[in-house]
Ligand binder design. Structure first.
Ligand SMILES: [Zn+2]
Length: 266
């Protein structure tokens, strides 16, 4: 039993270490690739996709190793069903942690790329960034769309037209929104896990999950309206659109239906 336990713990530690290494490579390699490619985000994106696959394979390896060898080894060594279950959960928790860390890395890398692309594009625009009336430099807010920028010196309103580079950086809008809503996202995932791991999800589980969904989407869309100001007017209808899949999934939850479908968002 002790022997099986030691090997299982050793295996999990090894997977964790390998995963941390892969994430370190990503954090170092991706920004370097972006710069080497003259701020074209494509090679960085390809590199990240390969890294993401390696990280996901590590996660699958935990599951495969458990079900192909480890579970049977624990049973053969006389572990009780409770012991077997808690050892399985060790693997599950590691995998869940890896999933969150991988998401955090992807979001951080792409959000940083978005800021780098934006700064680079502004630097290249040079003269376009001074007031047409008095020539004072304009402070262009971090957005990806055309906008009116008032001069802080003479108050003249200048039209700002983002160039092709800034438009290219629009692929980074989604991760920038995810970055701004990271904590509500994690809370939402935890609420979902709590509902799904319960023997039977109660209305409290489901309403907690619903609230976490709404908080997450509000944070996400608030950032989106900041980066894409022309979308801000559609905030409330976007929020309902993003919640649609959740409410559809509630139609399969008997506790939700028994409680009379108590939607917080109509
Ligand atoms: Zn001015």
């Amino acid at each position: 039993m002790n022997d099986v336990l030691m090997r299982w713990d050793g295996f999990l530690a090894q997977v964790r270490e390998r995963f941390v290494q892969v994430m370190c490579e990503a954090h170092e390699g991706c920004p370097a690739l972006l710069e080497q490619a003259g701020f074209d985000p494509t090679p960085m994106g390809n590199a990240w996709n390969a890294i993401e696959q390696r990280a996901q394979e590590l996660g699958r390896k935990i599951e495969e190793t458990w079900s192909s060898k480890v579970e049977a080894a624990f049973e053969a060594a006389g572990a009780s069903p409770q012991q077997v279950q808690s050892e399985r959960m060790k693997g599950d928790s590691l995998r869940h942690w890896m999933d969150l860390e991988r998401e955090k890395a992807r979001i951080g890398i792409y959000a940083n790329a978005g800021r780098a692309l934006f700064q680079r594009a502004l630097a290249e625009m040079g003269k376009g960034l001074s007031c047409t009336s008095c020539g004072a430099p304009l402070a262009v807010p971090f957005t990806f769309r055309a906008q009116n920028v008032p001069c802080s010196h003479c108050r003249t309103v200048n039209g700002f037209e983002p160039g092709a580079r800034i438009r290219m950086a629009e692929v980074c809008v989604h991760p920038l929104c995810e970055e701004a809503s990271w904590e509500p996202w994690v809370a939402m995932i935890e609420a979902e896990r709590a509902a799904k791991h319960a023997r039977e999800a109660t209305i409290h589980h489901l309403q907690h999950w619903e609230r976490a969904q709404i908080v997450f989407w509000r944070a996400y869309l608030t950032k989106r309206a900041e980066l894409l100001p022309d979308q801000a007017h559609a905030f409330e209808s976007d929020l309902r659109g993003r919640m649609r899949a959740f409410y559809e999934s509630m139609e399969r939850e008997s506790a939700w239906i028994r409680a009379g479908r108590p939607r917080a968002l109509l």
